[in-house]
Design a protein around this ligand. Structure first.
Ligand SMILES: CC(C)(COP(=O)(O)OP(=O)(O)OC[C@H]1O[C@@H](n2cnc3c(N)ncnc32)[C@H](O)[C@@H]1OP(=O)(O)O)[C@@H](O)C(=O)NCCC(=O)NCCS
Length: 283
């Protein structure tokens, strides 16, 4: 692209109260609360908004939660400038990697690939009309233990969480636990899977997950129990492509695939196969 085509872009950290779309997204609202300096606005010389970006630091990873350039201003370096601002924010806070869940859309993928990220997995969005509410269903009444906000994520859960972080959405276990929305499935008194859920503002829909489990089987066992907590509500779920057993469990509950997104990262971490019990299946 010729230099003369490039607009003069300046980027500032969003000011308190400055509207940065999309409003009403719980993850973005939370990210802005925890990372007020991780929200960026790109403007032209007249102060018109060209694009915005939102990023949040989670341990040593910077999660890019949103990046949006006005349709008429794409392909002119605005996205690259916003991404650079987000990366500088992460670097200043000691992050070592960048993760983003992007739409399965060629220009977004080309953008991130050109920025040095690699595809880590496909993420399938699934929806079910409503949660199972048959009182005789075997999943009803199964004991799920609440996981409180103070509960440490130790042992395999911490390792798993570290290695799978960013699979679907930011793994803000702490926030979900503070809301009372994390439960564990125990076998022999020990947790084998933990899962969370979030209700939407209207109270009619629930997003299930994330689920972290010791084995694919434990994750698949937990899913119907999580779903049964929200009888009568529309349910959604995001599954990484490797989650074959969870995918089958979701299908049995009436979930159908409705969207695909792509998880990209600039650094590979962990080897999820060691959680797959040697069968090559991941949860
Ligand atoms: C993805 C998005 C943010 C990119 O912003 P942008 O301002 O258009 O991107 P830039 O102009 O900075 O592009 C930087 C580089 O990305 C690559 N790129 C961007 N768009 C591309 C396309 N359509 N095809 C191929 N490469 C592309 C190019 O390598 C480009 O460098 P170049 O212009 O020197 O060739 C923008 O398209 C967008 O807002 N999309 C909708 C929302 C979205 O998908 N957001 C990402 C998920 S959070």
């Amino acid at each position: 692209m010729a230099a003369k085509d490039l607009p003069a872009v300046s980027v500032h950290t969003a000011r308190p109260g400055e509207a940065v779309p999309p409003p009403g997204d719980a993850d973005l609202t939370h990210a802005r609360a925890t990372d007020p300096d991780g929200v960026f606005v790109a403007t032209d010389t007249e102060g018109r908004v060209l694009g915005t970006a939102s990023a949040a630091v989670r341990e040593d990873t910077l999660l890019l939660l949103a990046l949006d350039v006005a349709a008429a201003r794409r392909g002119k370096g605005v996205g690259r400038t916003l991404l650079a601002a987000a990366r500088a924010y992460g670097a200043a806070r000691g992050t070592r990697s960048l993760e983003v869940l992007a739409p399965d859309e060629p220009s977004a993928l080309a953008f991130f690939l050109s920025a040095g990220l690699s595809v880590r997995t496909l993420v399938l969005g699934m929806e079910a009309g409503e949660a199972p509410s048959d009182p005789s269903a075997p999943v009803r009444g199964a004991p799920l233990a609440p996981v409180g906000p103070g509960a440490p994520l130790t042992g395999w859960i911490a390792a798993l969480d570290r290695e799978t972080r960013g699979f679907a959405r930011p793994r803000d276990w702490g926030r979900l636990a503070a809301d009372g929305h994390v439960v564990s499935l125990k076998r022999g008194g020990r947790p084998v899977a933990i899962g969370a859920w979030q209700d939407d503002a209207s109270g009619t829909a629930t997003a299930l997950g994330p689920i972290a489990a010791k084995t694919p089987e434990a994750a698949a066992d937990l899913l119907p129990l999580l779903a049964a907590r929200s009888p009568g509500k529309r349910l959604s779920l995001a599954l990484p492509a490797e989650a074959r057993m969870l995918f089958l469990a979701a299908g049995a509950l009436g979930f159908r695939a409705v969207s695909t997104r792509v998880l990209l990262a600039d650094r590979r971490r962990g080897d999820l196969r060691r959680y797959a019990g040697g069968s090559g299946r991941l949860f």
